[in-house]
Design a protein around this ligand. Structure first.
Ligand code: 5GP
Ligand code: ZN
Length: 114
């Protein structure tokens, strides 16, 4: 059994409210939503963070971000806008060490973040 929480969600060992899945990525609702819509999009394969990607991952990253846009559209966020965020490392506030893109929307978001 994997020690990585999001690998366990991919494996179906931890339940999640999935909104999209295909052979390379999975999108599911954040357990502690910070906005009316808060979805996480992750690669199925374990990648610890943005910092662990290599040049060979270009297609995966492209697909990951196209999925972000498609999930946001599906949630009706394209009309009003949304934020896609990748927290990376300690100062970035990353708490789960499996690459994920946050999709936050459904309310006006402030900038800069804390
Ligand atoms: P990070 O802080 O690493 O950028 O984001 C991790 C996110 O994962 C947080 O927003 C947190 O609420 C979410 N999260 C943590 N544990 C779980 C879980 O078991 N299930 C789901 N769906 N989300 C989780
Ligand atoms: Zn993982």
């Amino acid at each position: 059994m994997s020690a990585c929480l999001f690998c366990r969600i991919v494996a179906g060992e931890v339940p999640a409210q999935k909104v999209h899945e295909d052979d390379r990525v999975l999108a599911f609702r954040d357990i502690s939503p910070k906005a009316p819509t808060h979805v996480l999009v992750i690669p199925r394969r374990h990648v610890g963070s943005l910092d662990e990607l290599s040049a060979a991952d270009g297609d995966l990253v492209g697909h990951l971000f196209l999925t972000v846009a498609s999930v946001a559209r599906q949630a009706g966020l394209d009309a009003t806008g949304y934020r896609a965020v990748v927290n990376t490392g300690a100062d970035g506030g990353q708490t789960v060490h499996h690459l994920h893109v946050h999709i936050l929307g459904g309310r006006p978001l402030t900038w800069p973040p804390g």
